[in-house]
Every structure is written in structure tokens, then in C-alpha cells.
Design a protein. Structure first.
Length: 574
């Protein structure tokens, strides 16, 4: 079935809704088109149409469904608007397993309807369910469409609500940087060997890294192995490293005790309160659990789920090839979670046609995947083309800023997420103060007297998140970034949306362009072999599959991940 309204703008679709609000046939056509669009105005209009169709045809499903979904029809008034689509055989297989009460995994490739599949399962039961999402946006969207018997949340939200009665919000969510921690612990500079001096803030950064390693792990107590070599400590010989490691370990144990003490001002932070909640062995009071984006589950959350899975039905849903948060500890989670459970697959994409599926399959083969994505036969997609992009996706924040400035120079109206805009605006104003020689109250910059001290600190490599930010400032300057941020618009008014591929995960646009910062060679700019190519392949796969109708990217990037073009037999680079 072709999309007769694919080229119609949202404003026209809104006008059509008003004109044809008494015609169920016209409303269904419009609703079908809106299912391909994810912007807020489109979702809002889709909800209006769904409610209007319920009023026009109360108690009647708008499409024929498989007989195994009849229970959902009888519960329609209890559970709200029912999903209006014909389940695929793969979705019916998931439904059978769910109704049998067994725990299982669903491997869902990009755009294959994992959330709508979970909603379909939820609509067939009156049992209590818990849908756990990786981020707040996904949980919010789920709350708008899942039946009321399913509570939609993030694991952080569950943890926060549990601990909120014993800890203040400030204690749970505040953040301090390495300088502040060094001040609290009264740390001093330490001599390393004969000629090197370890700054107090460097030791504090190592302590913080140790705590992050512990808080993201499945361990119940701090271990000395959580003190890992990073930055300048990588090159320190063993004789010098051991006393540093022991020192950081002892301080980390002390800091964790202070973090857990409700009467101490040292904050837990988001990772901290999640870990403290997990250590309490929480019992999730529900009949079944949906784990969305299961591949992004870190060991601390996985431990809570696996413990509750002994008595609760758990459905793990995800795509191991969309695991792009290695730095958060989410490593191979789809393989680890639910080990031994049966596995279902969703392989037909509702988002894009076969051309995009073919390119995605090249990357999946590189990653060792034996199954393939099938494109939606009702959608015509292409690689390349001259369509103006609805979204430009990049690997890094620095490239997003470059694309933002370029778009403004071309008199375009660009949009970036409010979260990214507010965060960069706050940080850049701190940079302005530091460059003027004034200490700032921005937490990330606490304790630095000027910008030169910041640059010197990140050159040691102790804090990679600060290093990325400093490089952005050094490349684009804080004033240019602030100028560009001040010229962004809301998404509904934008000519183009700009985002990192990480932030674009779960979203889709008709026409997507990938920025030029994705790798095109196995060799980096210094002539050394590029590390982390598997991670780059996964990010490229996520980015290209945000597109519905067309995606533009450098062909050399796809060639890098194509076994056929490289003539290699292994899915991994040598």
C-alpha cells in the first residue's frame, strides 16, 4: 500500500483532520501516514484521530487482527484505544509466548515495531505490567499509548521514588566535580617518582572514576579492581601505580560511605542512588516486565531484573547491534540477559524500504549477524538523492555545532534538542567567566581559577567528558557556540533538526543526512589503526536507520563495513 500523503506537510494534515473528522475512511488514511512520523505535532494529531475514530466506531477495531488477539478486543474499553494494525507472523509468535507465561527475548532490528509489539502484548491481558525504558522520553511516549494496567517508567525513576522518603532531592541528584571532591577530602598534590607531580584534582578524578566503575557494575562492594588506569596513569609503571591504586581505593570507600550517609552533604548523584537502590535487592511488585532497549542495560540494572525474573515473567526487547553506550557499562547485554530463554525475532522494518534495509544488512553482516532486515514493501526508500534533509546526524557534539553554524550561515532555521541547548548554554557561560579570570559557580568548572587550568587538567587525560567539551571550545570558541545556540528554533518551526546519532536513537525522519565525521578508513589521521570499529559500525547502523525515505552518507563509510567490498572473511577488523 502506497503512502498517498507522504509528501503532505503536517499543517495540511491538521487541516484535513478538521475537514474530514466525520469520515472514518479519510481519518484512517491520515492515521496511517502519521504512524511514519515521530515529531510532537504528528503524535498529537495521531492521538486526536485515534480518539475521533473511537467516537465514530466505538468498540470496533479498524483492521482485522489475528484470532489470538481477540481478548484485546473485549478489553478495549478497559485498556483504552487499541492498536490498529495487522500483526505479522513474527509478532504473533511473540504473542503466543507471552500468553503462555514464559520469559523470552525479542531481537528487534531497526524500525521493526518493538514498542508496538509490546503494546500489542499488553492489550491482551489485565495483569499488572511494568514497562522499563532506557530514557525518560521513551517512558513518556509509552505512557501515552500503553494500557493503564502497565506502569511505564525508567529504572532511575523507580529508584528515585523508593529513596525519596529517606534522602533529599538535592542529596540524590546533585553533582560535584573533581575540584570540589578534592576540597571535601582535603586532598593535596602527590609526588609521583622523582619528577612528576599528581595534582589533587587528578587524584579526585581517579576516585570518581573508581566510583563510577563500581556503581555501574554488578558488584555488591567496592573492589580494588574498580581503580582502573586511565589518562596519565596508563603510562605509570607498576611500582608507582600500586600505591596510587591503593590510595584511590581507600578514598573511594570513604567517599561511598559519605554518599550513602543521609546526613552527609556529599551527593549520591544519579548513578549513586541507582546503585544504592539495586543493593537493597528491590522486589518489583508486578506480574510481568517489559525491558525495552535491553541491549543498553548495564550490570547494576541487569542484576535487579535477573533477581526478579526468578518469580516474574520478563520479556527482554532490543537489538544487540544498537548497543552504542559502551561507556555506560552496557556491554553485550542482550547476550547476557535472559540467558537460556527462547528468542523471537522482528525482522520486517515498518520504517524504511528495501534500499535502506540492504545497506543496513551490509553493516549487520560485518557485525556477524546472520539474519537480515526486510524493508517495508509499502515504502520506497533510496540511498543518496538530492532531497533536503529533515535531520543531519553526527557522531559528536562538536560536529553538531559546526552543522548548526553552517545552517545559520545558509539562512536556515535549525533545531537542536532543548536538553543539548540548555546544557551547552550553561557550560559556555561558565567558560566565558573563566576566560575573564573569574571563578564560576557552574559545577563542572568548580575550583578552576581560569581557562588555562582547565586545558592543563584535561591534557592529563583524567576526565574524558571534560576533554571533549574543552576540545569543542578550542575548536569553535564559546562565543561562537553561544551565538549559534541563540538562533535555534522549536522543531515544529525548523527547516532541519541537528543531533548526534546517540541522541537520535529511537527517532525517525523522512530524509536523513549523516555528517562527514563518520569513519571512512581503518587508519586514523595519525596513520595508526583505528580502534573501536565495531562500536563505529553500530553507531553508523543506528544513524542510517533513522531514515524512512532517503539517507545520504559517504559511500566510503559503508565500504568500510562491507565484507564483500573489503574481501575479508571475518566480521571483525584485523
Amino acid at each position: 500500500m502506497t503512502r498517498q500523503y507522504s509528501s503532505v506537510r503536517i499543517e495540511e494534515l491538521e487541516r484535513m483532520f478538521e475537514e474530514f473528522k466525520n469520515s472514518a475512511a479519510e481519518l484512517r488514511e491520515t492515521e496511517a501516514e502519521l504512524s511514519h512520523r515521530k515529531r510532537p505535532r504528528a503524535r498529537a494529531l495521531a492521538l486526536k484521530i485515534s480518539k475521533r475514530l473511537d467516537a465514530l466506531e466505538p468498540g470496533i477495531s479498524n483492521t482485522k487482527v489475528h484470532s489470538s488477539t481477540r481478548e484485546a478486543k473485549t478489553n478495549r474499553n478497559k485498556h483504552g484505544p487499541k492498536s490498529k494494525f495487522v500483526p505479522t507472523e513474527e509478532q504473533i509468535d511473540c504473542l503466543r509466548r507471552f500468553q503462555n507465561g514464559e520469559s523470552f527475548k525479542i531481537t528487534a532490528f531497526a524500525g521493526t515495531g518493538k514498542t508496538s509489539t509490546l503494546r500489542l502484548l499488553a492489550e491482551t491481558t489485565c495483569k499488572r505490567g511494568l514497562y522499563l525504558a532506557f530514557n525518560r522520553a521513551a517512558a513518556h511516549d509509552a505512557r501515552q499509548s500503553f494500557p493503564p494496567n502497565v506502569h511505564c517508567s525508567t529504572t532511575h525513576s523507580l529508584a528515585f521514588k523508593t529513596l525519596a522518603s529517606n534522602y533529599s532531592a538535592q542529596k540524590l541528584t546533585d553533582h560535584i566535580n573533581a575540584n570540589k571532591l578534592a576540597e571535601i577530602l582535603n586532598l593535596r598534590d602527590v609526588q609521583i617518582g622523582r619528577s612528576d607531580l599528581m595534582k589533587a584534582r587528578s587524584l579526585a578524578a581517579l576516585i570518581q572514576k573508581t566510583l563510577r566503575n563500581f556503581m555501574n557494575s554488578g558488584c555488591t562492594s567496592l573492589q580494588i579492581e574498580h581503580v582502573s588506569r586511565t589518562g596519565r596513569f596508563v603510562g605509570v609503571n607498576e611500582a608507582l601505580w600500586v600505591p596510587i591504586q591503593v590510595c584511590a581505593f581507600e578514598y573511594a570507600k570513604r567517599v561511598w560511605q559519605k554518599m550513602c550517609d543521609r546526613n552527609d552533604s556529599l551527593p549520591l548523584g544519579h548513578d549513586g542512588y541507582l546503585k544504592l537502590w539495586a543493593l537493597s535487592n528491590p522486589s518489583l511488585e508486578t506480574d510481568f516486565i517489559f525491558i525495552d532497549e535491553a541491549q543498553d542495560t548495564n550490570p547494576v540494572v541487569a542484576g535487579v531484573i535477573e533477581q526478579n525474573a526468578q518469580r516474574i515473567q520478563v520479556i527482554y526487547v532490543g537489538d544487540r547491534h544498537q548497543q552504542i553506550y559502551d561507556w555506560r557499562g552496557a556491554v553485550n547485554a542482550m547476550d547476557q540477559l535472559g540467558r537460556g530463554h527462547p528468542e523471537c525475532f522482528l525482522t520486517t522494518s515498518f520504517r524504511f524500504g528495501q534500499a535502506i534495509a540492504d545497506s543496513a544488512n551490509e553493516v549487520l553482516r560485518y557485525l556477524g549477524e546472520k539474519k537480515e532486515i526486510r524493508g517495508n514493501p509499502a515504502v520506497t526508500s533510496r540511498i543518496g538523492g538530492d532531497c533536503a534533509p529533515d535531520a543531519i546526524l553526527a557522531r559528536t557534539n562538536a560536529t553538531v555545532i559546526s552543522e548548526l553554524i553552517a545552517a545559520i550561515d545558509q539562512d536556515m532555521k535549525p533545531h537542536i534538542s532543548k536538553r543539548m541547548k540548555d546544557e551547552l548554554d550553561r557550560l559556555m557561560r561558565g567558560v566565558v567567566e573563566l576566560k575573564a579570570g573569574r571563578p564560576t559557580d557552574v559545577p563542572e568548572w568548580f575550583g578552576f581559577e581560569n581557562w588555562s587550568q582547565v586545558v592543563e587538567f584535561v591534557q592529563g587525560g583524567e576526565d574524558e567528558s571534560l576533554k571533549t567539551l574543552v576540545n569543542l571550545v578550542q575548536t569553535r570558541t564559546e562565543r561562537q557556540i553561544l551565538w549559534a545556540l541563540g538562533r535555534t528554533v522549536e522543531e515544529s518551526q525548523a527547516d532541519v533538526t541537528l543531533s548526534t546519532a546517540h541522541q537520535a536513537k529511537g527517532l525517525q525522519w523522512s530524509h536523513v543526512q549523516l555528517a562527514d565525521d563518520f569513519p571512512t578508513s581503518r587508519i586514523d589521521k595519525n596513520g595508526k589503526p583505528l580502534s573501536g570499529l565495531d562500536a563505529e559500525a553500530r553507531l553508523f547502523y543506528v544513524a542510517m536507520t533513522r531514515a524512512q525515505q532517503s539517507v545520504q552518507f559517504n559511500p566510503a563509510t559503508l565500504a568500510l563495513f562491507s565484507k564483500q567490498r573489503q574481501g575479508v572473511s571475518s566480521p571483525h577488523p584485523s
